[in-house]
Design a protein around this ligand. Structure first.
Ligand code: PRX
Length: 655
């Protein structure tokens, strides 16, 4: 970490937006002034950019911290805001989704068509008994139906829980059970890496195998989109085809108004324990900040821009910057089904050229892997339509930032490095592209209406030039409202550390430079960030110990050139297992096992079989030392270990 900090502090390059960009930018310096003078009034103005069936009279209620409400006496319909109102304003023929399948399939979906589809799906949901407050799990590839499904659930006031298609049947089942979902919307399969990757079998497995767990099955129906054309099993009475139900349903559906605090979605994310947390977001405040930040950070001009956010809808970035923000703003966007390198390594650049993408939002890990392939690939495509680039999910190193600007942005496009989290719902820290002089590697400044600080353990500001913990000091409209079913964990995880100050603790280390700009330094807890995906060390450890061979396991995030961090696991094997089995290939088997238990994204890069783990006298595993080993460094201070010899044994075994 310290070498990274030194490196960051020597970064002195600055890039001002061109006069041309600044002149047409949506986000202006006046926004900062307005928010500084009246923060709540500022957010009320942003909220009024939405359509309210019943206008709100109250803005923020923070009388019962940390439980906030925003605009709570107002009523709106989230889907109406993303669809009908654009059609009613005469923009029904504008393209909402430019969909590109990995296999080259294409669909252009206008706002009128998407509205029609969502109304039909809403009628299907109502017929299946889904209404306000019911939970619907969505397990779909990146196809237009995924966006339509989310919006239809929102339209009837129900709550979606989107589960990333790369998660295993077990992970899906845990999420379905935790939320008590009544309906699952899935597909037979989708295209990934050049072939059809099945989804429906995981749903079948999740719903079939209750293994005497005592869990009451909450799911009544499974609505299945035909995408992959792969052979699937069918449960009569439970399973329904989308292509039979949706076209047969009426396209008349009037959007009802729901209270601003009506829950909109639950999205599971990794925390510091083995059990993922269901982050709960509500409607009015979330949509306000989603739309506002997409407008001012991505500089959306809906009449002319072609926007593309590469995130999957299974992550928060896909929720806020594929579905809700851009559609609330009436933008035209690319939706791409597959992986960046199929069928060839220039696939993304080809998509940008084909659709004339103007605003592009992706993750540093993708940029670093393109850097590795080399500039020759993007340079064979015409990327001249790009005028703004964004980055999200992990710190972007200055080298990658500069490569992104030079090679993808032709040395001219501003880059917005956006810091936020599943919990914050929308962007919190970022340059405004027409205003801020950008610095490679720094997320820079809180957005207008957002207050953050970097503090020490006691909650005191560290001041410019120093490092500490990142906190949000004032409530914000798209803040999480809780953890599904676990209000105590919500308070403990985010609010207890700085309870006397009322600060939200983000879990990230950060540093303020001499100008007061924020540099993110990564998580300070046991959460890893692999390719911009959040993973918990505890969750992977519990998957490892669930294997019959494992006696004990410790997992750390080790720095990795491409993925930012990589999962490194240290595993002690049971003696009883070794007497009956050969250890040959066991590391590989354990990697595979974790992939099956959680999903391929959690598969460790390295599994080291060791005889002991470094523990303090109180029995706590010292992950810091394991990280030293996994990163090939000299092992740090071992004096607090119960057995100081253990690290030399481990280092020798790993080598
Ligand atoms: O550590 C921070 C990192 O990603 C975490 C949030 O992960 P998740 O909830 O999955 O949301 C990712 C997409 C918003 C944060 O705690 N992170 C996110 N954006 C950045 C970042 N770290 C540095 N710079 C960023 N721009």
């Amino acid at each position: 970490m310290s070498s990274q900090i030194d490196h960051l502090l020597t970064e002195t390059r600055r890039f001002a937006p061109s006069a041309e960009f600044a002149a047409h930018a949506v986000g202006t310096a006046e926004l900062y002034a307005r928010a500084a003078e009246d923060r709540e009034g500022f957010w009320a103005e942003q909220a009024r950019a939405l359509h309210w069936h019943t206008p709100f009279t109250r803005v923020l209620d923070w009388s019962n911290p940390p439980f906030a409400t925003w605009f709570d006496d107002g009523e709106l319909n989230v889907a109406y805001n993303c669809l009908d109102r654009h059609v009613e304003a005469g923009n029904g023929e504008r393209v909402a989704l430019l969909w590109e399948g990995e296999n080259g399939d294409e669909r252009r979906v206008t706002y009128a068509e998407l509205t029609d589809e969502v109304k039909r799906v809403a009628n299907v949901l109502t017929r299946l008994g889904i209404g306000a407050g019911d939970r619907v799990a969505i397990y779909l590839p990146m196809i237009p139906e995924a966006v339509a499904a989310m919006l239809a659930v929102a339209r009837v006031g129900a709550i979606h829980s989107v589960v990333f298609g790369g998660f295993s049947a077990d992970s899906l089942r845990a999420r379905i059970d935790d939320a008590g979902a009544r309906l699952v919307i899935t597909a037979d399969g989708g295209y990934r890496k050049g072939k059809v990757s099945a989804l429906k079998p995981a749903v079948d497995q999740a719903l079939a195998d209750r293994g005497g767990s005592g869990v009451q099955e909450s799911v009544e129906h499974v609505l299945v989109v035909k995408r992959g054309g792969n052979e699937i099993e069918w449960t009569e009475g439970r399973d329904l085809w989308w292509h039979e139900e949706v076209p047969a349903a009426s396209a008349d559906h009037e959007a009802q108004a729901f209270p601003a605090e009506n829950p909109l979605f639950i999205l599971y994310t990794s925390g510091t324990t083995g059990k993922p947390k269901g982050i709960l977001h509500t409607s009015g405040g979330y949509l306000t900040q989603a739309a506002f930040t997409n407008r001012v950070v991505h500089d959306i001009h809906p009449e002319t821009d072609v926007y593309w956010c590469t995130a999957d809808i299974g992550w928060i970035t896909g929720h806020t910057y594929v579905t809700y923000g851009p559609l609330a703003n009436g933008a035209t966007q690319v939706l791409y089904e597959g992986t960046p390198d199929t069928p060839h390594p220039g696939r993304w650049w080809e998509v940008i050229e084909k659709y004339g993408v103007t605003v592009f939002y992706t993750a540093p890990t993708a940029i670093r892997s393109f850097m590795k392939i080399g500039r020759a690939v993007p340079q064979t495509f015409d990327l001249s339509s790009l005028r703004l680039l964004g980055s999200v999910g992990e710190p972007i190193n200055p080298e990658a930032w500069v490569w992104y600007r030079e090679i993808i942005g032709a040395g001219a496009a501003p880059i917005v490095d956006t810091w936020w989290q599943t919990e914050t719902g929308a962007i919190m820290i970022s340059a405004l592209p027409g205003v801020t002089e950008t610095k490679p590697g720094s997320a820079q400044v809180p957005l207008p209406g957002i207050s953050v600080d970097v503090v020490d353990d006691a909650g005191e500001p560290v001041g410019n030039g120093n490092g500490g913990l990142l906190v949000v000091t004032e409530p914000w409209p798209s803040m999480l409202r809780g953890i599904w079913g676990d209000p105590e964990r919500f308070v403990e995880t985010y609010w207890e550390k700085f309870a006397d100050k009322g600060y939200y603790f983000a879990g990230d280390g950060a540093r303020l430079d001499e100008d007061g700009d924020v540099w993110l330094l990564g998580r300070v807890d046991d959460v890893m960030n692999v390719s911009g995906h959040r993973l918990s060390t505890a969750e992977i450890e519990s998957a490892l110990v669930a294997h019959e061979a494992t006696a004990e396991a410790a997992v750390v995030g080790a720095s990795d050139e491409t993925t930012g961090q990589a999962v490194a696991a240290f595993v002690i094997i049971k003696q009883s297992y070794l007497t009956a089995h050969s250890p040959e290939g066991l590391a590989q088997q354990l990697r595979q096992w974790v992939g099956e238990q959680i999903g391929p994204i959690a598969r460790p890069r390295d599994v080291y079989i060791v005889e002991e783990l470094p523990k303090t006298r109180s029995g706590k595993i010292m992950r810091r030392l394991l990280r030293d080993v996994a990163e090939g460094r000299e092992v740090g201070d071992t004096t607090t270990l119960a057995d100081t010899a253990v690290m030399s044994v481990i280092s020798a075994q790993v080598r």
